[in-house]
Design a protein around this ligand. Structure first.
Ligand code: THU
Length: 133
């Protein structure tokens, strides 16, 4: 896990920027690219709750907005200070299956527990662009 300590730390730092007046639950994320660029995200909530953007979506959209694509991404960290690990919500899993390679490490941490997973494990039998071919 030492290998990912840098992106875990950056994700915790990003979580401090979360805008969470409704849940008061801060989440941070950090994408590391293969050429060593970092893209962070925090959750940003809205009074119309469904418009909330999760931390990991904000981080990966930042990477894509800067021209990076799934094959350029080394790993993503997603962190919170909750009692349990903040695993991506269903909507984020669908976004991640589109924008990450199947086995790209997704590193989860809440300071107490750390786990490395990937989108294949989080969203098996997913619906993707291959299904539209
Ligand atoms: N949230 C994230 O940002 N990422 C996750 O992986 C889980 C949930 C946010 C959405 C909302 O702002 C708050 O956490 C509570 O659901």
């Amino acid at each position: 896990m030492d290998k990912y300590q840098d992106i875990i730390d950056r994700a915790f730092k990003a979580a401090e920027n979360a805008y969470v007046p409704y849940s008061n639950y801060q989440v941070g994320a950090c994408v590391l690219t293969k050429d060593n660029k970092y893209f962070i995200g925090a959750n940003v909530e809205n009074a119309s709750y469904g418009l909330t953007n999760c931390a990991e979506r904000n981080a990966i959209f930042q990477a894509y907005s800067n021209g990076y694509r799934q094959e350029d991404i080394e790993a993503i960290a997603i962190v919170s200070n909750g009692k349990t690990l903040a695993t991506p919500c269903g909507a984020c899993r669908q976004v991640l299956v589109e924008l990450l390679e199947r086995h790209t490490p997704i590193v989860l941490s809440n300071h107490k527990v750390e786990k490395i997973t990937n989108i294949e494990e989080l969203l098996p039998m997913s619906f993707t662009k291959e299904d539209l071919d």
